[in-house]
Design a protein around this ligand. Sequence first.
Ligand code: COI
Length: 371
Amino acid sequence: MTERASQAISFAIHPSRDPVPAARRAELLVEPGFGQVFTDHMVTAAWTAEHGWHDAQLRPYGPFSLDPACQVFHYGQEIFEGIKAYRQAGGPIVTFRPAANAARFVGSARRMAMPELPEDAFVRAIELLVAQDRDWVPAEPGHSLYIRPFMIATYVGLGVRRPSPSYLFAVIASPAGSYFHGGPHPVSVWLADGYIRAAPGGTGAAKTGGNYAGGFVGQMQAIEHGCDQVVWLDSARRQWVEELGGMNLFFVYGSGSSARVMTPALTGSLLEGVTRDSLLTLAADLGIPADEGAISVTDWREGCAAGEITEVFACGTAAVITPVGAVKSTGGDWTIGDGAPGPVTRRLREHLLGIQFGQFPDPHGWVHKIC
Ligand code: COI
């Protein structure tokens, strides 16, 4: 069977003959954690300089057979995305702003000298996989299906003269509970010391595996200091706050009707989060002034001490909105407010999840129905 939906790319449909039995799937959905359990199917498509995108298919989830000399294993030519599907109460299964992820995937591909996947094919691949594996979308409140599209360089050879002339695009999906163990409790963060994540002109704004590989050493420092996450600072002065290991940051100034939020501006070295962008709009919708700007470590510490910064939270597709309760660094430690989730953090989280799960109106048309 062949499905013609994307303008340029046709997906062949090959359902699994051996899906996980319903009873076992139900067990797996009870406590799925994050990124541990995978659904019955995946989508793949190949690209070559000669044929462009071809051989697109939905097929049973399973291992790839790849030559050990494939370029991705040696030079890390790889990009990925993260997006979720939600089971709305008694009704449809939806996803959230898939066109924004499709556009970012194109941007990452350009930066990593990889072929651009047409945005409609990116969205169609997600629709096909989620519709096929709809029974894997959790019904538990707050749980979702995390979808991971990615692309790798498959050229076999060790030369580094030019980018790979062949690629594999794939989409896999994984039922997800809370990203942080134990649910969305306030996390503690460690200010990266001695390492940077990204520099001007580098790959920081692209969603490419190397940014995360290079970040693990900072994440290990964070864990050694008893923290959940690392905060990356700017490369030149190690002074300006950029982002967390896999999430953007928001700062709340003031409280009550005078509260406002600010997130570090996109300098080219931090990731343009879809959740970040949505929250800038959503905060404004709720009457909370929202801005992009610059914040130094000193501003952060002194702002908390003076009571001007009342809340800080991290945001991303995987983590949704997660309060930050405490900061540790070689220059000193401090807490944010009383260390507990603040009212602005809770309100934004409730509204974002409310739109995604269909409990609140969706004035910007962000929700994308799949089935
Ligand atoms: C996401 O929030 O989707 C991410 O990509 C963060 C992380 C799991 C790498």
